[in-house]
Design a protein. Structure first.
Length: 110
């Protein structure tokens, strides 16, 4: 397996993703305990384990294969900005749709 060099910003971004995804595993475990589903507890634990491996691999990769590439960092920043903009638009549309739906429900209820 060939290890790719990674910049500091890429490493921070990958670690942040691993942490956020690990929180999903915690949610699975909580839901598994709540609904008494051992499958969800096991899958949540496995998912947390895999996210931990991703986190520590990214840390190891940065320590052993560092690179400074401003162009790669610029691409990462642009991609992150575009993703945030897209999610903002999607959540905005969903929020407006719910407000309209609840508003119409309240008007038609009378």
């Amino acid at each position: 397996m060939k290890h790719q060099p990674i910049t500091e910003k890429q490493a921070k971004n990958n670690k942040r993703i691993a942490i956020y995804e690990g929180l999903l595993g915690v949610v699975w475990i909580v839901l598994g305990i709540t609904y008494k589903e051992p499958y969800e507890i096991v899958m949540g634990g496995a998912f947390i384990l895999l996210c931990g491996v991703m986190y520590f691999y990214t840390d190891w990769q940065r320590k052993n294969f560092p690179i400074e590439d401003p162009q790669a960092d610029a691409i990462l920043e642009k991609s992150a900005k575009d993703g945030r903009t897209g999610m903002t638009v999607v959540f905005g549309i969903i929020t407006v749709a719910f407000l309209i739906a609840f508003g119409l429900a309240m008007l038609l209820k009378k």
